[in-house]
Design a protein around this ligand. Structure first.
Ligand code: HEM
Length: 185
């Protein structure tokens, strides 16, 4: 997992819960890296799981809730650092249907060792999309939030439901509907 994911995560924890919480979860997790991350480094996913678990225990928020909140923050990073990529689309459904063949392809060019999920389009219309998520990391809640944020970014309401095709969350089917446009970009 890329260092930028860790550095931004710890920044979010500091913003929401304070620096003491950052120290506490690093102390509580047995981290190979010692908790010193650089944005361009690559670290084991188990370190993220340890940090999330330690934070979950201290906040009473579930891992899925924490991943959702984290993705709200991560989308702001995307908006700042990858604006051109976002703005090569005008329709959120088109963007979501293109993560696999375009968006994450570009991400892999920047970070060749990134660990990305697989998205497969099952069905697409002008108003809806059925998308299958596959990843050993089971970060579907992170994906759910990035979908909501994508619609908001383009000024659309949305309705996203999902169904776990595997109970551990490594294979999840998303049913995505585009709602009304509420502003022009
Ligand atoms: C992971 C970039 C859009 C779903 C990631 C990672 C990066 C990234 C850097 C971390 C990779 C690693 O740690 O090795 C981007 C950029 C985007 C974008 C630049 C837009 C311009 C989206 C959207 C979704 C999405 C719209 C919505 C479904 C995910 C998920 C992961 C991920 C679920 C977590 C890894 C996993 O589940 O295995 N993305 N992403 N991404 N991205 Fe994207």
């Amino acid at each position: 997992m890329k260092g930028v994911v860790f550095t931004e995560f710890l920044e979010l924890v500091e913003d929401k819960f304070g620096l003491e919480m950052v120290d506490a979860i690093i102390q509580a997790s047995d981290l190979e890296s010692g908790g010193a991350y650089t944005a361009v480094g690559t670290y084991k996913f188990v370190e993220m799981v340890s940090l999330l678990t330690a934070l979950s225990e201290r906040t009473q928020l579930s891992i899925d809730e924490l991943l959702y909140v984290y993705a709200q923050h991560f989308f702001k990073v995307i908006e700042t650092s990858y604006a051109a990529l976002l703005n090569s689309y005008t329709d959120p459904l088109e963007l979501l249907a293109s993560i696999e063949d375009h968006i994450h392809v570009e991400v892999r060019k920047i970070y060749p060792d990134s660990q990305l999920p697989t998205f497969k389009t099952i069905n697409k219309t002008n108003q809806s999309l059925i998308l299958d998520y596959h990843s050993s990391r089971a970060m579907y809640s992170f994906g759910l939030c990035l979908m909501h944020e994508t619609f908001t970014y383009f000024g659309f309401d949305s309705k996203v439901r999902f169904q776990k095709l595997k109970s551990d969350g490594t294979h999840v089917r998303f049913f995505i509907e585009k709602g009304h446009g509420n502003r022009k970009r």
